[in-house]
Design a protein around this ligand. Structure first.
Ligand code: ADP
Ligand code: MN
Ligand code: MN
Ligand code: MN
Length: 392
């Protein structure tokens, strides 16, 4: 289907309150980006750079706690460690992160990845934390506290594996490939589906998978999801900060590739109300003890601790303190109710699932199914470590 052509009319717009807040309510009927000839850039990407020049894209999380921002700079000399990347700043009053009168926010580089958009050189993506003028972390910098918890829990070698579900939208905010004036057939054939009537934009998914592996992100797999135009990729397992760092950069790469296709990625946990699956970011978690023989005892202990901290976790599992998950965690569509804590072997309607294989092996990991697709993985990993390892 030629998606550039079908939306020249007004279509059925599907606006969410946060889109209006983010100034996104007036979307174009088609994507100008999709119309640009993408082969032209290749000529210029082949031009060699001076040997002592590196193009660096600094990436950070903006004041929504959900969206990423990025800007580029040239680094002189090829850095050999993260400390060689200069601290930078940006106008926080334009990212919901500061007042105009005191607008500089600092960018502290924390991790680098190979840049899949400028391959073949020393070019990098530089993931950053944001700090206020007084060197305190900004409100949306959840990484700072997470790193502090991780360093105290390092003995237990915590591993995380996150399943990022997301939905592709056309420029009218309708799921990509859906009819403008109607709906696709009911859910059933789409999950892990194959075929032009079951999955939409696999090309984009393929490009993203490859680009992430190139960058150095530990993507462990991908699959088509239950709702048409919904997909998933998994990151991990990664120890400490690695999984959450990887996930943020994987999200950046996803938005950036989708931009080229003229497709919009939403991490909204319930993009279509009604009888359509929402989107989550299941967080699979284990400690050293859980991975050792009879680790199931430690998994059960962790579940007991989690049962007493349900509210803390719900508050940490979406960027609006639980409001986004209210729309998703209904107790239907493979979710538990936001109001109740539950756990069970192979139970996809529980807050915590013990995978069947883990119950059989009596060791392994647990799956926390509550995090919303737009969660901040730093807040999720932080809460899990504080509840299950640090006993806070
Ligand atoms: P599901 O059956 O829930 O769809 P997936 O295969 O999509 O499961 O994802 C499983 C996730 O669990 C992967 O991200 C993987 O990295 C992660 N994982 C596997 N083993 C562990 C472990 N010991 N600790 C933490 N995460 C793990
Ligand atoms: Mn999965
Ligand atoms: Mn899934
Ligand atoms: Mn899962």
């Amino acid at each position: 289907m030629n998606h550039q052509g079908v939306n020249s009319g007004p279509g059925i717009a599907h606006y969410r309150p946060d889109d209006v807040e983010n100034g996104m309510s007036t979307v174009l009927g088609y994507s100008p980006n999709a119309r640009i000839d993408k082969t032209l850039l290749e000529k210029f990407l082949r031009l060699p750079l001076p040997e002592d020049r590196v193009q660096a894209t600094y990436i950070w999380i903006d004041g929504t706690g959900e969206n990423v921002r990025a800007k580029d700079r040239t680094i002189i000399g090829v850095p050999t460690s993260i400390k060689d990347y200069p601290i930078w700043n940006f106008d926080g009053s334009s990212t919901y992160q500061a007042e105009g009168s005191n607008s500089d926010v600092y960018l502290y580089p924390v991790a680098t990845y190979k840049d899949p958009f400028r391959p073949g050189a020393n070019n990098v993506l530089v993931l950053c934390e944001t700090y206020k003028h007084n060197k305190e972390p900004t409100e949306s910098n959840k990484r700072h506290a997470c790193a502090e918890a991780m360093s105290r829990a390092a003995d237990q070698k915590p591993w995380f594996g996150i399943e990022q579900e997301y939905t592709l939208l056309d420029m009218d905010n309708r799921p990509f490939g859906w009819p403008t004036n109607g709906f696709p057939g009911p859910q059933g054939p789409y999950y892990c589906g194959v075929g032009a009537n079951r999955v939409f934009a696999r090309e984009l998914v393929e490009a993203h998978y490859r680009a992430c592996l190139y960058a150095g992100i530990d993507v462990s797999g991908t699959n088509a999801e239950v709702m048409p135009a919904q997909w998933e990729f998994q990151v991990g397992p990664g120890e400490g900060m690695k999984c959450a760092d990887d996930l943020w950069v994987a999200r950046y790469i996803l938005h950036r590739i989708a931009e080229e296709y003229g497709i919009v990625v939403t991490l909204d946990p319930k993009p279509m109300p009604g009888n359509w699956n929402g989107a989550g970011a299941h967080c699979n978690f284990s400690t050293l003890t859980m991975r050792q023989d009879n680790g199931i005892i430690e998994i059960e202990k962790a579940i007991d601790k989690l049962s007493k901290q349900h509210v803390r976790h719900i508050q940490a599992y979406d960027p609006k303190g639980g409001q986004d998950n209210m729309r998703r965690l209904t107790g239907h569509h493979e979710t538990s109710s936001i109001h109740d804590f539950s756990a069970g072997v192979a139970n996809r309607g529980a807050s915590i699932r013990i995978p069947r294989g883990v119950a059989e092996d009596k060791k392994g990991y647990l799956e926390d199914r509550r995090p919303s697709s737009n969660c901040d993985p730093y807040a999720v990993c932080n809460a899990l470590v504080r509840t299950c390892i640090l006993d806070e």
